[in-house]
Design a protein around this ligand. Structure first.
Ligand SMILES: [Zn+2]
Length: 437
């Protein structure tokens, strides 16, 4: 093949074939993992290629020996970024042979479209992280509650009440996504059973705690639900309190928070994860001390429960302050799902949306992230954001991405387009014509 870079007489056709992957990149996780929609994606690719070939041929823009550059915008880092086919004839001749490869590429492009460069912070922006998950906390119910500690964090930090959990919208799969940066199809925790029968099953991918451990950081995990044992792979977590499997005793949020406070005061873990379960228990109508008829998502009792969770968060914040690490801690307050009636799950937007409040060193204060029109915070982004603040590497293959919009010195928020319309002038009042006498 001649050196096309020095041959100005030859035309170059730069063909962008996989632009449709942008559609996938900005879509929801289910889209990217739906075989049906990925098949549609493959079909679009083939149609694009055929249309390009037809265009080149009919417009007689082709000369013998023209170079056709086929840039394949697959973000898969391990794959060749472009192909150079020697001539248009080669391209046509190669079509049947390369067809299968294109199909595979389209699939890879769709699957890994979120594997673009992942930024890392060096040096780390924070030495500590506190993640508090209020199980079952639906954003609008949270906003109805009197939560001075959470409101204070909102004033100090950035937040959205339109963050999304997994499509499953159930506790353990969603929390595993929160703590691994991957969807349930990848981390493999698709069950939600608390019976504890059989051996503990760990995620297919490393958790935030395991990655922290491998980089010399310490972690602590606190939960009232026995199934959270799935996050305590031997050697991964330094301190933990998780309700034993066979325990019939429900442990309330203040008790869980007290256990975490004790550990923060003694050990100052780099990462502290606290799971407060009472809001979810009450949503399901199983909170012992409240009449069942008064329980459920959005009930006044659940609001009371969220207010108690807020008080528990207050004790955690006090612990961070009294140990002198508050200013060096990134804090995320979030949830695993919402709910409606006395349940939650897939195909219910009331289950799907979760609050996401972030504060910490350099975090933009009093910033509603919904101002960034292109941004949707996903539950997997909690993993990536904490990793970013702590300077931990983020595997490009995972789905979570750091929410960089929370950081003060990051690019300014994209301003919303100003209104380009104006109201029509009011109709002119005309004097009623004088009746003619
Ligand atoms: Zn839950």
């Amino acid at each position: 093949m001649t050196n096309v870079r020095n041959d100005v007489h030859r035309k170059r056709f730069v063909i962008r074939t996989f632009e449709h992957s942008n559609l996938i990149r900005h879509s929801s996780f289910e889209f990217r993992h739906s075989p049906l929609l990925l098949s549609v994606s493959v079909c679009i690719t083939i149609v694009q290629l055929l249309s390009i070939l037809t265009k080149l041929n009919t417009k007689k823009r082709r000369n013998e020996g023209d170079e056709v550059f086929l840039f394949i915008f697959s973000s898969c880092p391990s794959f060749l970024r472009f192909f150079v086919l020697k001539s248009f004839h080669d391209l046509v001749a190669a079509l049947p042979r390369w067809g299968c490869l294109w199909l595979i590429l389209a699939f890879i492009s769709g699957c890994d479209s979120r594997t673009a460069e992942v930024p890392t912070s060096n040096p780390p922006l924070a030495k500590h992280a506190l993640i508090v998950s209020i199980d079952g906390c639906r954003p609008d119910v949270l906003l109805r509650a009197n939560t001075p500690n959470i409101r204070s964090l909102m004033r100090q930090g950035s937040f959205t009440f339109w963050a999304q959990t997994t499509a499953l919208a159930i506790t353990l799969p969603s929390h595993t996504s929160m703590l691994t940066g991957t969807p349930p199809e990848v981390h493999g925790i698709t069950w939600n059973d608390d019976s504890g029968d059989g051996p503990v099953i760990y995620p297919n991918v490393p958790t935030l705690f395991e990655i922290a451990k491998s980089h010399g950081l310490t972690s602590a995990v606190f939960s009232a639900k026995p199934k959270f044992n799935t996050f305590t792979r031997p050697g991964a977590v330094d301190w933990s309190f998780i309700t034993p499997v066979k325990s019939k005793q429900f442990i309330d949020d203040d008790v869980i928070a007290a256990k975490a406070v004790e550990t923060i005061l003694q050990h100052k873990p780099n990462i502290t994860f606290v799971h407060l379960s009472a809001t979810d228990i009450l949503g399901h109508g199983k909170y012992f001390w409240v009449p069942e008829a008064d329980q459920g998502w959005g009930s006044n009792e659940q609001i009371w429960c969220i207010e108690r969770a807020d008080a528990a968060i207050g004790t955690l914040l006090d612990a961070l302050k009294s140990t002198g690490i508050y200013d060096d801690t990134v804090i995320i307050i979030t949830a695993d799902h919402g709910g409606s009636g006395r349940n939650h799950g897939a195909n219910d937007p009331r289950s799907r949306f979760i609050p996401w409040i972030c504060t910490g060193p350099g975090v933009r204060a009093d910033c509603d992230l919904t101002q960034v029109r292109s941004l949707t915070v996903h539950i997997e982004d909690t993993f990536a954001t904490v990793s970013y603040f702590l300077g931990l590497p983020i595997n490009a293959e995972i789905m979570g991405r750091p929410v960089l919009q929370v950081i003060d010195d990051h690019d300014l928020l994209t301003p919303l387009p100003s209104a380009s319309f104006s109201l029509p002038p009011p109709p002119r009042k005309t004097k009623p014509s004088e009746p003619q006498s």
